[in-house]
Design a protein around this ligand. Structure first.
Ligand code: PLP
Length: 368
């Protein structure tokens, strides 16, 4: 397989563990193991203490899949397949849906794997640009891009990097377009449950067997290191293809990760409240920062999720970001890493130490 470098991930590979202040992380402040274990109910604590470290069931631990299914209105454990993070789900879903010569329509900018895996398979990809004035998706443009060989429409809401949220009406139209063309709607919902300024959107998988939802423990649940993600869908044929492809990738989940994910999902009221508290506190810091620095940055306030996509004014963002990380140890993610033109950059506000990084960014921007 030939596939282009994943620009965002290559950038993180270089800097994520070298820079002191990560201002562009997309996850929420990770839990420490003892902090998470303190949330365990008796059953999951017993499972943790007596855990056998062998192979696990390929689709995922049944009680974990049950807990994941309870995040949806119409689904049961049978409708859920777990993966090594959302990323394995993306890779496998694309391979399940696409063959060389097929066509995919992808809302853009996007997390690169959402279109790059399709390209690597030999599918033709049409990127439909979000409107840079408010990052909304033009559903008519999606409809216009459909071809007889379109197999999948890919959207991501809450959206990375912009923090935009699709409306329920637009989601319903996207489902209808997919149904009409015999395609699937691939709904990347990894930032679900972080709707700080927008109504929560129903999961696409609840709407139609032609739609499926991608979820993960990494973002709202603060557990990226578990590498537990999932696809939820009522399409049995699609699930069968996903399951057989997983035999060639991770095969099964890490046993400890399954139990830790179970603990967090059962304690999700507490877990999600913690995440929203961090996010709301950080958004206040960001609002104040951008109000003070309005001549240097343009801030389109995100509505959902843990990332936003402000614009640097009056200078190029790539050299700015490079100098910022080398001199101040502050990492931002320039738009070029999304293949996106101009001077936007991704900022993440799920981590607890945002203030210290912002102070350095402010000082550097004033001097640079
Ligand atoms: C939109 C989107 N989809 C999928 C993923 C992959 O998630 P994970 O790293 O948890 O596998 C990410 C990660 O940043 C993402 O932003």
């Amino acid at each position: 397989m030939r596939i282009a470098d994943f620009e965002l991930e290559r950038y993180f590979a270089q800097w994520e563990f070298a820079a002191r202040h990560i201002l562009c992380a997309s996850d929420v402040e990770p839990y420490q193991l003892d902090e998470l274990l303190a949330l365990a109910d008796d059953d999951s604590r017993h499972r943790w203490d007596t855990l056998r470290l062998g192979y696990t069931e390929s689709l995922g631990l049944p009680v974990l899949r049950e807990e994941i299914a309870s995040l949806y209105h119409t689904l049961s454990a049978d409708h859920v397949i777990t993966f090594a993070g959302a990323e394995e789900g993306v890779f496998i879903a694309m391979h399940a849906l696409l063959q060389p010569g097929d066509h995919a329509v992808v809302a853009w900018p996007a997390y690169q794997s959402l279109y790059e895996v399709a390209r690597s398979i030999g599918a033709d990809v049409t990127l439909v640009s979000l409107d840079p004035r408010n990052w909304s998706l033009d559903v008519d443009a999606v409809a216009a891009a459909m071809r007889p060989n379109t197999r999948v429409i890919v959207v991501n809401s809450p959206h990375s990097p912009t923090g935009a949220q699709i409306s329920a009406a637009d989601q319903a139209r996207l489902v209808s377009i997919a149904e009409l063309h015999g395609a699937h709607l691939f709904s990347d919902e990894v930032y679900r449950f972080l709707e700080h300024d927008a109504p929560p959107l129903a999961a696409a998988a609840d709407a139609s067997p032609r739609a499926f939802s991608l979820g993960v423990m990494s973002k709202a649940f603060g557990l990226a290191g578990l590498r537990i993600g999932w696809i939820a869908t009522s399409d049995a044929a699609l699930r069968a293809r996903l399951a057989s492809l997983k035999d060639y990738t991770s095969l099964c989940n890490s046993a400890p990760s399954e139990i830790l994910a179970l603990i967090a999902l059962r304690a999700r009221r507490v877990v999600l409240a913690r995440s929203m508290e961090i996010i709301r506190g950080n958004l206040q810091l960001l609002d104040a920062f951008f109000a003070r620095n309005g001549e240097r940055f343009r801030w389109a306030r995100p509505r959902a999720g843990s990332v936003g996509f402000p614009e640097l004014l009056g200078r190029e963002v790539d050299p700015f970001a490079d100098e910022l990380v080398r001199r101040e140890g502050v990492l931002i993610l320039p738009a070029s890493r999304f293949g996106y033109p101009g001077n936007h950059f991704r900022i993440g506000f799920g981590r607890r130490n945002l203030g210290a990084g912002l102070e350095r960014l402010e000082r550097f921007a004033a001097l640079a």
